[in-house]
Design a protein around this ligand. Structure first.
Ligand SMILES: CC[C@H](C(=O)O)C(=O)SCCNC(=O)CCNC(=O)[C@H](O)C(C)(C)COP(=O)(O)OP(=O)(O)OC[C@H]1O[C@@H](n2cnc3c(N)ncnc32)[C@H](O)[C@@H]1OP(=O)(O)O
Ligand SMILES: [Co+2]
Length: 133
């Protein structure tokens, strides 16, 4: 794990939350991207080396819809940047972590991603991200 790649925040509306985070971070949303496979619309803001990913559900029953239904808006996951996602997945699997996908899958912002179940990580959903060159 090289660094925190982004913090994912579940929100009801990326338009409304985007405006709030633009004032808070004194920067602008630099990308809005739908990730159909996840049933989510994402908005990204960069503040220094830190990235915030706002996540709005795009379909009922999506992970974000279920999360907000159960817990309301708030921090959804922490994503880490990795050099070699397949090697990291194999390392974590061998170490007993529960991976939520058995192969890297396309994520937002030009990444390959894999999620680790929160039950393996003290209740925090973890995402591994490898940039697609
Ligand atoms: C990939 C695009 C983008 C990117 O960065 O590139 C994204 O980040 S997309 C983000 C949205 N996609 C995902 O989150 C995919 C991975 N998530 C999942 O597979 C599910 O959400 C899962 C397995 C974490 C939970 O799904 P499930 O259907 O089991 O929902 P439950 O409500 O039954 O949850 C079971 C259990 O887990 C707890 N939970 C759920 N979500 C979270 C969370 N974000 N953080 C911590 N804990 C979470 C939930 O409270 C339940 O716990 P329990 O004690 O049983 O109540
Ligand atoms: Co993410």
């Amino acid at each position: 794990m090289r660094k925190v790649e982004h913090i994912g925040i579940a929100v009801n509306s990326i338009a409304d939350a985007g405006k709030i985070y633009e004032v808070l971070l004194n920067t602008l949303v630099y990308k809005i991207e739908d990730v159909e496979s996840e049933g989510v619309k994402t908005a990204f803001l960069q503040s220094g080396p830190n990235k915030i990913e706002l996540l709005e559900s795009a379909s009922p029953g999506s992970p974000i819809a279920k999360f907000i239904e159960k817990r309301g808006e708030g921090i959804h996951h922490i994503a880490f940047d990795v050099e070699d996602i397949e090697a990291e997945m194999a390392r974590l699997k061998a170490a007993g972590f529960v991976l939520l996908n058995d192969k890297p899958k396309p994520g937002a912002d030009n990444k390959l991603v894999c999620f680790v179940h929160p039950k393996s990580t003290n209740g925090v959903l973890i995402e591994l991200c490898q940039g697609i060159k």
